[in-house]
Design a protein around this ligand. Structure first.
Ligand code: G6P
Length: 462
């Protein structure tokens, strides 16, 4: 059986408490445990000069290998090309996208460094699995160094429409580099279609049967494999002591009031300002409901060195202050806005206490909060998921109340509808949602991708 070499920008520490591991980490750690191998990536640390020194960590049957980046890499690759160029562009925010040559050369440099450093860790039969927009050209860098293994790539974020991608100065080289892989995976059919549209229009690509795509002399397999959560574990978390305590804290602090919850990294793609505006519209349109609901928005800060992230923080501080100033009463505050993260089991308790899960990104590769909210519900009295039609998760979670997050009226109507939704309808919707979240969980996703990579005929690799 082949070992697995996982490469991603962030690496989950093997000794992190299990309550703090995300679903992706849990799935990849489980796959690594089963197959053996190593997880390689950035340590999160910065040094004066790049040394290429690998720090190995072992625990719970898994090995991680991390390297430090130097300051210039951090600025040009992580804060630069990854998070000021690709992230906004791939989330349809051309207005926020910065095009700097220093960023693209920093991105190329770090991907070369990653390839050179991980090379000695790759054994002849290993499957190599590269993750996300930080490392699109990594497969090509590995090929240049003579790696002939099967290499797969999974994009966790959306793939942009062709017309937007054309505004990236090096778009052609970026997409061509993806043909060094054997399998490329996307979260939804929409993103895959946009990729194929670009490839056929710009690279004279030919799309064959079963996801095979050819450009020049390279044929790769392009597939849709939507990521899931660790559902069984999350359902258990929702009845843990920590979850019960969190739930009680919520009830005690707002007896008889319906909780609307949002949990997102503080990121403009999450549509937080639009969400606040939708809730504000709801409060304005339904005076009789004021005092009977409250919103808890949990938004831990993210990528704080990037100005657009600083701006969104300032904007949300002022919006939440303004809405609370306008609508609060002596014993009621409409929005609780919290800039910190919480352990998974505490979140599970908060989700369960919430009558509404409000997940309204303007654009999102998948959105696992939507799935976690579903998994945490009480089957006898489930809450309602209001989900943006622009989240990748909307392709699977068709029984959520789907909204256009750009429309405050739609958001306001959806909140009103969810608050008065009869128990029978809530249950019927939830049963269909949980069925999907259970069936297409994170292990399913992981196996689907690895099976596709294993199935690539030998002569297609390299
Ligand atoms: C998204 C990306 C991940 C990234 C995460 C957190 O989910 O798809 O690759 O790790 O955001 O962002 P950060 O910049 O803190 O790694």
């Amino acid at each position: 059986m082949s070992r697995l070499v996982v490469i991603s920008n962030r690496v989950q520490s093997v000794d992190a408490p299990s309550g703090n591991q995300g679903g992706l980490a849990v799935a990849l750690l489980a796959a690594l445990r089963e197959k053996g191998g190593v997880w390689f990536g950035w340590s999160g640390e910065i040094t004066d000069t790049f040394t290429g020194h690998i720090n190995f960590q072992q625990g719970k049957g898994v090995t991680t290998a991390t390297i430090d980046l130097e300051e210039q890499d951090f600025d040009e690759y992580y804060n630069g090309y990854a998070n000021r160029t690709l992230w906004p562009l791939f989330h349809y925010r051309i207005d926020l996208t910065e095009f700097e040559r220093d960023f693209s050369s920093g991105y190329a440099r770090v991907n070369t460094r990653f390839a050179e450093t991980v090379l000695p860790l790759i054994e002849p039969d290993d499957l190599v699995w590269v993750h996300d927009y930080h490392h699109v050209p990594l497969g090509q860098e590995l090929r240049k160094l003579g790696v002939e293994n099967k290499i797969g790539f999974f994009l966790h974020i959306p793939w942009p429409p062709m017309a937007m991608l054309l505004s990236l100065p090096s778009h052609r080289a970026l997409v061509e580099s993806m043909f060094a892989y054997d399998v490329v995976g996307f979260q939804t059919q929409d993103w895959l279609d946009s990729f194929l549209h670009y490839v056929t229009s710009q690279l004279d690509g030919v799309v064959g049967e079963d996801g095979w795509v050819t450009v020049g002399d390279r044929t790769i397999k392009a597939i849709t494999t939507p990521i899931g959560i660790e559902t069984a574990d999350f359902e258990t978390s929702a009845s843990s002591d920590a979850a019960r305590m969190a739930r009680e804290r919520m009830y005690m602090s707002a007896t008889g009031r319906s909780l609307i919850v949002g949990v997102d990294r503080l990121d403009y793609s999450k549509g937080l300002a639009e969400r606040f505006a939708g809730y504000e519209r709801f409060l304005a349109a339904h005076p009789d409901r004021r005092g009977l609901v409250y919103m808890l928005q949990i938004a831990p800060p993210s990528r704080e060195k990037v100005d657009t992230y600083q701006e969104i923080r300032a904007n949300l501080d002022s919006m939440s202050g303004r809405i609370n100033g306008e609508f609060s009463d002596i014993d009621w505050t409409p929005i609780r806005y919290v800039n910190q993260g919480f352990p998974r089991d505490v979140l599970a308790g908060i989700y369960r206490a919430a009558r509404i899960g409000l997940v309204t990104p303007l654009r999102d590769g998948m959105n696992l909060v939507a799935k976690e909210y579903v998994a945490a519900q009480d089957p006898e009295d489930p809450g309602v998921l209001i989900l943006s039609q622009f989240a990748g998760a909307a392709a699977q979670l068709r029984d959520a109340v789907l909204v256009n997050p750009y429309s405050p009226e739609e958001m306001s109507d959806a909140i009103a509808r969810a608050l008065t939704m009869p128990l029978a309808e809530r249950k019927a919707r939830w049963e269909k949602l949980i069925d999907n979240v259970r069936r297409e969980d994170v292990m399913w996703w992981c196996e689907l991708f690895i099976t596709a990579l294993e199935a690539v005929p030998e002569n297609e690799a390299a």
